[in-house]
Write a protein that binds this ligand. Sequence first.
Ligand code: MG
Length: 161
Amino acid sequence: MTNLRIGHGYDVHRLVEGRKLILGGVEIPWERGLLGHSDADVLTHAVMDALSGAARLGDIGRLFPDTDPAYAGISSLKLLAEVGRLLRERGYGVVNIDATLLAQAPKVGPHRQKMAENMAAALGIGPEQVNIKATTEEGLGFTGVGAGMAAHAVVLLEKTE
Ligand code: MG
């Protein structure tokens, strides 16, 4: 049996006024932010779901229930670090992560490197193992009209022990 495992994650959060916009652990100055129980970092959530999926840990809703006050307003990078710990505990190492943010605005290109560095640091891996992409959906759908943002992620894990 192969020692490689692939995982996919997808997440969506609504954009509202009066919230900070946190993506990949970077606070990006913007007129609105994402709504959620934690800091609503949609990009990090998609990565966490992909990692949990690959390791057969279920999903982040199961790992970190949004009914638990312990996770209210928490930095999603802290949750990502906890997912990383669970992976190591089970003998998994991260080969690579590829994530895509779907957002009409603002431009996140200037922040992509910092996002990759944040996620890598939380997981104890190198930033060269994390790739962050962003695209608009050409004004179409809920991301296109700015009602929310979505993110996809795929990851590859390797069983190391
Ligand atoms: Mg989420």
